[in-house]
Design a protein around this ligand. Structure first.
Ligand code: GDP
Length: 440
């Protein structure tokens, strides 16, 4: 996401950097470039203009021209403005009420049903909520079925009323049911249409009025660019929703929606969807997003993702094994599985500063580990636990079994040995840095 915009912005700033002494004209030219880059990223015209006007006023106000490092100051000003354009602070979700009621709105195909499941899953695991999902789309049996399948996957019950064609009534009944059965979170999925229409708006407005949700979220596909912004406006005029959920930010969206919606509807983006899987949901952090747009990576989110997969007891056990040089292929496989759980590899790598642009055209898919996994799976339990015993004939057998070559097996074993040494050294260093230094 945002790759083109990032690249364009970086190029604009580079031009500024090349100038020995910059002038007001250089600043104006850079900002013209920035504006063009924003428009090409499908940012709303008015938003882009307002943005560059503000940046210009700030740049001149902070005396960019006489600054020691003008391009750095410009990047900082643009970063701050991008952050504020996207809402400044991360917007919290209102979880008051018992049960907390969240109403999902949006067009068909925006990712509403998927997001209902993702949210239930997230709040269940992070906030220990007991969610109930409600199938409010009475027109499409497939939609009810889809929600049921999602519910099963995340072990959250789905409230449905077969034969009842009144979604307002269903939503009200669901809340009574939740109260009676001690569910403390109710997520109501509603019917969407392919385009905004009066009947749909009336229906969702009626549901909102009847159930008075703590949060009405508007779900929108970020790939639809300017349309997303227009739809958001229409929904907001009718529903006065509380927050926006941008889905499909994993695709090659140009980012315009993320940058324009906040200004146009003055409602915060609360969540982003970054994939089809149920764990592909993140809180929206404007400053981190600005980092990514400016090609600065997003180390904070990367570390957070790692922490989510991090089990302290397991980590301590691992550390003990590394120290004793007992780290083996079972642990190695385990680590690969943990990394895979963190999400799409390319997305992860692009959170490392400077890497996003470098790997833009490289295809890193989740099969990257396949060869390694196949090799490890072809080892016997003894070999995995004691890699030392893997001699020449064993290597040949492993290569055959995994459909790889002996060179690939050798390479993995060598890498593994090096990793082991490095990890041991790093752990020793952490435990007793002075001793380690003396030994060195
Ligand atoms: P609804 O009609 O609004 O309920 O939309 P769905 O939840 O059925 O989603 C429509 C399609 O978009 C499905 O194929 C989903 O798997 C897909 N989808 C939803 N969210 C995301 C996302 O964040 N990223 C990607 N790549 N696909 C998504």
């Amino acid at each position: 996401m945002f790759e083109n915009l990032s690249e364009r912005l970086e190029r604009s700033f580079k031009l500024l950097k090349g100038q020995g002494k910059i002038t007001e004209i250089n600043v104006a030219e850079t900002l013209k470039d920035v504006r063009r880059a924003l428009l090409d990223a499908d940012v709303n015209y008015k938003v882009a203009k307002q943005f560059t006007d503000t940046v210009k006023a700030k740049a001149l106000g902070q005396n960019v021209i006489n600054a020691i490092k003008p391009s750095e100051l410009m990047v900082k000003i643009v970063h701050d403005e991008l952050t504020s354009l996207m809402g400044g602070d991360t917007a919290p979700l209102n979880l008051s009420g018992n049960p907390t009621v969240i109403l999902m709105s949006g067009l068909q195909g925006s990712g509403k049903t998927t997001m209902s499941g993702k949210l239930a899953r997230k709040l269940k695991s992070e906030k220990s909520k007991r969610p109930l999902l409600v199938a409010g789309d009475v027109y499409r049996p497939a939609a009810i079925e889809q929600l049921k399948v999602l519910g099963e996957q995340i072990e959250v019950p789905v409230y449905t009323e077969e034969g009842n064609k009144n979604p307002v009534q269903i939503a009200e009944n669901a809340i009574s049911y939740a109260k009676a059965n001690h569910y403390d979170l109710v997520i109501v999925d509603t019917a969407g249409r392919l385009a905004v229409d009066e009947a749909m708006m009336n229906e969702i407005a009626a549901i909102k009025k009847a159930i008075k949700p703590q949060e009405t979220l508007f779900v929108v596909d970020s790939m639809t660019g300017q349309d997303a912004v227009n739809t958001a406006k229409e929904f907001n005029d009718r529903l006065d929703f509380d927050g926006v959920v941008l889905t499909k930010l994993d695709g090659d969206t140009r980012g315009g929606a993320a940058l324009s919606i906040r200004t146009v509807v003055t409602k915060p983006i609360k969540f982003v969807g970054t994939g089809e899987k149920l764990d592909a949901l993140d809180y929206f952090h404007p400053a981190r997003m600005a980092d990514r747009i400016l090609g600065m990576g997003d180390i904070v989110s990367l570390v957070e993702k790692a922490q989510q997969q991090f089990d302290e007891k397991e980590a301590r056990e691992l550390q003990r094994k590394i120290a004793k040089n007992q780290f083996n292929f079972n642990d190695f496989l385990n680590q690969i599985q943990q990394i895979k759980k963190m999400g799409n590899l390319k997305d992860l790598a692009s959170m490392i500063p400077g890497v996003g642009k470098a790997i833009k055209d490289i295809d890193i898919d989740d099969n990257a580990f396949k060869g390694i996994e196949a090799i490890i799976h072809s080892m016997t339990p003894q070999e995995r636990a004691n890699p030392e015993i893997i001699n020449g004939s064993r290597r040949q057998r492993i290569a055959r079994g995994s459909g790889t070559t002996i060179q690939e097996v050798n390479r993995l074993l060598k890498q593994f040995e090096e990793t082991r040494k490095m990890m041991k050294a790093a752990t020793a260093m952490k435990a007793n840095p002075m001793k380690m230094m003396r030994n060195m």
